[in-house]
Ligand binder design. Structure first.
Ligand code: ANZ
Length: 977
């Protein structure tokens, strides 16, 4: 019987689906193990072979853990809100829900063909209202919470209100807006309801505030920092500008220190931890208050170098700083305003990245040095970022390169305070240099002491204090998009009100157009039934809005990261309609044991998820402050692009055509073209050709020997210019009647639709089977590394599977042939060294080396002609996590009525690896006559006795007594005489 993988794979995929083989129970006596993949955004292009790499690895681990007796949770779902479906909707009018559904169905079909052990009964889709009901619910929890710094955790807003009622806000130690005004309990009680709500918004963990945002006019939406790459939108590459807008924000900054500290709790890749650490960007320093000469206002600056305070030569405010308008003198007004207008066009990224272009303007105002009381000119400059620190700096040209460049550019006099440093040559003072400020308290102090001393002196003046600053900004949570979660929010008198949780979900309304409205409102501004009736507790027509009982609903939607920041918890109990998950479910599953996904999510998804997890932890909703114990970033699979080289030849006035030249002929293209002309009548005068053109050929048209299927290429409408092209083959002659072939050029590039190098898993499954695909993806190399795909290589693992199949099938008819014969010592040795290696490999996530081990094992057993059930049955179990279909088939042929999925993993026994016997060549007078097998641990004398007693020895000696018997234990026996 041959290995009919198509039939086998279909059979078992159906079996698993029908029997719900991988359904995980929440009330199991077994120990839990939770294996999670980053769920995909279902894009229109479907999966290519790069996508399942991580899924295959996690599936192997999940299956292995089931064999090891764990109750494994291995779910899958879809991150199904997002921009592509919305943009498609804008272009075609197709509802994003329909596009999303179609794409999901295609993904599901593709995933099913690979034989994953997902528990599909737990599937979630972030765009389903039954799911986003809980996204809205979490939003409400955040709104109703504040961060108590004394307790170092989030608390219910009611505890804050209780404090306000009792004693005002003076002693409250909270993470809140910078500019909260002080008030007493009496003040609080005297506030109107609206005033009270305004105050509370300054403390809530999600709050509405006017913020500087990255506005992308082309996309008509705000973007998060991690959605901008090199100053343009990650999607589409559109320009991004800074703009002030009223937006929902998440007070993630409250968690900055805990997000840093708790990185020690998780086993995540160090580069990922490093990028989170940098993103959070903790710096220690001081906040210093400078008075503005002749005015009430003060300027607060954040500095990491308070020791350099005597080197302050000027101050620089961000152009957006709120004081700018107030302090600018009338003479400088025009210049300052022009500068502000010019700089608004630059994104924050550009401003940070561009250190060469120095721009700025003088405000005409002066600050006062806290100690010397000398006047300091106040400038604005866009190298100072509005959103960092206080948006203002004390500029120290002798200590900071940018300040130095700025001073030089604008001819601002520089004060040098570092001993022995000539700042005309060397702008940077290193930290160890001694300060020689003309000050009685600072002179001659080394760096660290100087820092402390300045802070101490500033505190005395009440003009400064030590301060820890984080680069991590609060996260803007509003998007001007249609295809996202609606907020459970309506507005009364301009103040946001939460819809109470029992009325959730608030379902995304229908709209006619998915674009922003003509008045610039987000797409939900097009909805006609989008008002909240507080009496009916229902969404009603906008026409009913009376601001008494019917109010307008929020028009923004939530960002892409909302739904993905807790899905791992929802999988624990995804169909629960009454709670985000039951207590039993969360108590049992706790957290993710193994999370596998791409490294591109380091500072987006993985930071936001940690933040929400900590918040839910503070509220006692989840038991762990970190959601994933171990995380692995799988490497990228790159594609091998194929190129057709060609010249465009012009041989008469308006006539041109293409000559494609095969790879080796391309090296001598001029000669090849010349030869071709010699054999073809062309107008020599008119003949011209351009050299060095190449075009991607779809990889489907190229076989494993790099030969191009010329006919398919010619007939592809994409390549209509090549319809009548001339193809010159390897030999340098025009290809006719298959006398030569066209060899394409190859190059490794990112696998992508645009490079025509995408290989679909479907065609691989069709041609070689899912088990081959799974083995091959793992065989490509270490999981974390990026590696090129080469379909040709799959034949190796495919033949291995056939060979393994043949181990179980023998005779002329190839019938199933496994016997109950006792295994030989060699059989056992081969098996047990394989068990040992495979187990170690899986535990270390070294899946590529296990595949190699299987190959060795099967080769050895084949050579040993092993048919023993005692060997082959454990082998099937070992292979099962990797190639589950063939394993199930052989398992059932071995007589098992139930799935192999939970059968116990074979146990390694070291004793079989110890050499138990030894084969001795027996020589007579130096000539080997025969071999005999002896126990390995015999002594010299015992060996001699055993050899002498052997029948064959007696036969050789024919009654003679040897003169001498030489025994070399473990090697040879020589009988002399
Ligand atoms: C005076 C000084 C002297 C500084 C010196 C540096 C060296 P990190 O480590 O990133 O926190 N700074 C503060 N706020 C800023 C803003 N909004 N935009 C741009 N720069 C800003 O660096 C903090 C330092 O960056 C601060 O310390 C400040 O310059 C500058 F020899 O103050 B320093």
């Amino acid at each position: 019987m041959t290995y009919d993988f198509r039939k086998i794979e279909e059979k078992w995929q159906e079996f698993w689906a029908e029997n719900q083989t991988f359904k995980a129970e929440n009330d199991s006596q077994k120990e839990k193990f939770y294996v999670l993949d980053m769920f995909p955004y279902p894009s229109g292009a479907g999966l290519h072979v790069g996508h399942p790499l991580g899924y295959i690895a996690s599936d192997i681990y999940a299956r292995y853990k089931r064999h090891k007796g764990f109750n494994v949770l291995h779910p899958m779902g879809y991150d199904s809100f997002g921009l592509p479906a919305e943009q498609y909707a804008i272009q075609t009018g197709q509802h994003p829900a329909i596009t999303t559904e179609t794409n999901i169905n295609r993904y599901r079909e593709q995933l099913d063909k690979i034989g994953f052990s997902f528990d599909w009964s737990r599937e979630v889709r972030t765009s389903d209202s039954s799911y986003y009901k809980w996204t809205q619910w979490i939003f409400i929890q955040l709104f109703n919470s504040w961060y108590n710094k004394d307790a170092d955790k989030a608390e219910d807003i009611s505890s804050l209100i209780a404090i306000f009622e009792k004693e005002g806000n003076q002693s409250v130690n909270a993470v809140c807006d910078e500019d909260v005004a002080a008030f007493s309990a009496t003040d609080w009680k005297a506030f109107t309801v609206k005033e009270q709500q305004e105050v509370l918004l300054q403390y809530r963990l999600t709050y509405l505030a006017e913020t500087e945002v990255n506005w992308c006019p082309a996309l008509g939406t705000v973007l998060a920092n991690d959605e901008i790459v090199n100053g343009v939108s990650e999607r589409g590459g559109h320009p991004v500008i800074r703009k002030k807008m009223t937006q929902w924000s998440m007070r993630i900054s409250a968690y900055a220190q805990r997000l840093l500290d708790d990185l020690t709790m998780v086993d995540w890749p160090q580069p990922l931890k490093d990028s989170q650490t940098n993103w959070i960007g903790r710096s220690e320093g001081a906040e210093v208050t400078f008075r503005v000469k002749g005015r009430e206002e003060v300027i607060d600056v954040f500095t990491t170098r308070p020791d350099t305070i005597f080197g302050v030569s000027f101050m620089t405010l961000a152009p957006e700083h709120e004081l700018v308008a107030k302090i600018t003198t009338s003479e400088q007004k025009e210049e300052v305003e022009a500068y502000i207008a010019a700089t608004a066009k630059r994104s924050e990224r550009d401003r940070m990245a561009d250190v060469k272009t120095i721009t700025g303007a003088f405000t005409g105002a002066y600050a006062e040095h806290p100690f010397s009381k000398e006047p300091i000119p106040i400038w604005i400059g866009d190298y100072v970022l509005a959103g960092y620190g206080t948006g203002a700096v004390m500029s120290v040209p002798c200590g900071d390169q940018r300040d130095y460049d700025f001073a030089k550019h604008f001819n601002i006099p520089i004060t040098n305070i570092f001993e022995g440093v000539d700042i005309s040559e060397e702008a940077f003072a290193d930290k160890e240099k001694t300060v020689i400020a003309n000050s009685d308290f600072l002179n001659g102090l080394p760096y660290k002491k100087a820092v402390k001393r300045v802070i101490f002196e500033l505190e005395k003046l009440e003009q400064g204090k030590g301060k820890i600053n984080y680069r991590l900004r609060d996260a803007v949570f509003s998007r001007q998009r249609y295809w996202g979660e609606p907020f459970p929010v309506y507005y009364v008198d301009g103040m946001p009100q939460m819809i109470s949780a029992e009325h959730l979900p608030i379902v995304l309304p229908e709209v006619e157009k998915y674009l922003p409205t003509e008045t610039g409102e987000p797409p939900l501004g097009n909805a006609t039934v989008w008002a909240w009736d507080v009496k009916k507790s229902a969404v009603v027509s906008n026409q009913l809005i009376d601001h008494k009982t019917v109010f307008p609903l929020e028009l923004n939607t939530m960002p892409g990261w909302a739904g993905s920041s807790y899905y791992f918890n929802r999988y624990m109990n995804p169909n629960n309609e009454n709670e985000i998950f039951s207590k039993e479910a969360i108590d049992y599953w706790q957290d993710v044991d193994l999370y596998i996904g791409g490294s591109e999510h380091a500072t987006g998804h993985l930071l936001y998820s940690r933040f929400w997890q900590k918040f839910l932890f503070d509220k006692g909703i989840v038991p762990k402050p970190e959601f994933a114990k171990k995380l692995i970033n799988q490497g990228m699979i790159t594609g091998t692009s194929a190129f057709v080289y060609f010249v465009v030849a012009r041989f008469a006035k308006d006539k041109q055509f293409y000559i494609a030249v095969s790879k080796s002929a391309w090296g001598r293209v001029d000669e090849v073209i010349k030869n071709w002309r010699n054999t073809h009548p062309v107008n020599e005068k008119a003949f011209r050709y351009s050299v060095l053109n190449r075009i991607h050929s779809p990889v489907e048209y190229v076989n494993s020997s790099d030969e191009l299927d010329i006919e398919s290429f010619r007939n592809d409408p994409m390549y209509s210019e090549f319809k009548d092209a001339i193809f010159i083959g390897e030999k340098g002659e025009v290809i006719k009647d298959n006398n030569d072939t066209y060899i394409v050029g190859r190059e490794v590039e990112k696998m992508s639709k645009s490079k025509y190098n995408v290989v679909s898993p479907d065609s691989i499954c069709q041609e070689y089977g899912a088990d081959s695909l799974r083995l091959y993806e793992m065989f490509l190399g270490p999981l974390e590394q990026s590696k090129p795909w080469n379909t040709a290589g799959i034949t190796g693992v495919h033949s291995f599977l056939k060979k393994m199949w043949r181990l179980f099938h023998g005779g002329n008819d190839g019938a199933f042939m496994v016997t109950d014969a006792a295994p030989t010592a060699d059989n056992l040795k081969t098996l047990h060294k394989t068990i040992k290696k495979v187990e170690e490999d899986i535990e270390n996530f070294s899946f590529n080396t296990s595949v190699a081990t299987f190959m060795i094992c099967v080769n050895e057993l084949a050579a040993q002609k092993c048919n023993s059930r005692e060997i082959l049955e454990p082998l099937v179990l070992l292979v099962s996590p990797y190639a589950p279909h063939i394993a199930e088939e052989l398992w059932s042929k071995l007589g098992h009525a139930t799935s192999i999925a939970t059968a116990p993993f074979p146990k390694f026994e070291g004793k079989y690896l110890v050499e138990s016997s030894k084969e001795y060549p027996i020589s007579f007078n130096g000539k080997v006559r025969f071999k005999i097998e002896l126990q390995a641990d015999l002594s010299k004398e015992e060996i001699e006795a055993a050899v002498m007693a052997h029948d064959k020895t007696r036969e050789q000696l024919q009654g003679r007594s040897p003169k001498k018997v030489i025994v070399v234990p473990g090697k040879i026996v020589n009988i002399v005489g």
